[in-house]
Design a protein around this ligand. Sequence first.
Ligand code: ZN
Ligand code: ZN
Length: 344
Amino acid sequence: MFILGGSNILAAVWEKGQIKLIDKPEPLINDDEILIKVLASGICGTDLHIFAGRGYAKDNIVRGHEFAGRVVKVGKNVLGIKEGDLVAVDPNITCGHCYFCRRGEIHLCENLRAIGVDMDGGFAEYCKVPYKQAYPFSEISPIEGAMMEPVACALHGIERIGIHLGDTVLIVGAGALGLILLQLSYFCGASSVIVVEIDEGKREIAKELGASYVLSPSEEVASVIKELTNGRGVDVGIEAVGKKETVLLTIDSVRRGGKVLIFGVSPKDDLINISPFDIYYRELTIMGSFVNPFTNSRALRLIEDGKINVSKVVSHKFPLSEIHKAIEVGLSGKSLRVMITFEE
Ligand SMILES: [Zn+2]
Ligand SMILES: [Zn+2]
């Protein structure tokens, strides 16, 4: 369905510490932009932090940075995308001329801005984006398309930490991203993946997706992990929760010479106690991973080719009019990815 310019659209705006449903004018595109009829838009863990009041977000912005939809208008400079195409969106817009962009480390761009964070995003019926942010797809559903961005983040993390054939990997946290990291770990040749997760339903899904062992985070969990790895600890530990205790558990659980990936987003002010001697003596590598430089098209490819199961990590769908309910479900700790979906 096409709408005429000047119509109003329904959008969920972050305003004065809460999400509000409002009518706003349909976005006007410039020559380098496309207008997308949003069809699926995921609620990310970072959105949930904001909605729960844990973290700052710009006022008066339509949030939603993991989305896909149908192109309904294209600017006259747009290349390779036409009206009617289905596209997934990479929300991260880089400047191309700072120190980092010119070294190819575009995700560290000094002028990084993101759709759904710094400018209007996908919790709206329509959203405009620069065409270079859009990745066309055809064989998959819009919900699967909307998972391109989180899969691309997981892909970047996995490639940074470097899993070798035969490695034992620990993943702490089986949320949507933990479950994607689990699948990618096997692709990279992990011989076994141990998953630690507090929620029983999520542990079940981790099992279905091939986890070798699923453990609940009891007091003995660190010693159980050691037992499963001949007393040594895992080769690679990935933290996908964003809490002090789970970061410490991940560090404790890797072997001497092991590697730790901090993938989960912790609150900014959190601090952990860690012994420099321990890092030295155990020769640890502790690494961070931030967003998704140059991994979007490959992430989409993995989803399109059915190599990675994203349907299993989407647990709920709500229309935009029920976004408050959707957020509640997202904050319950029982859900995986919660999607806002739209009729075409
Ligand atoms: Zn996200
Ligand atoms: Zn830059």
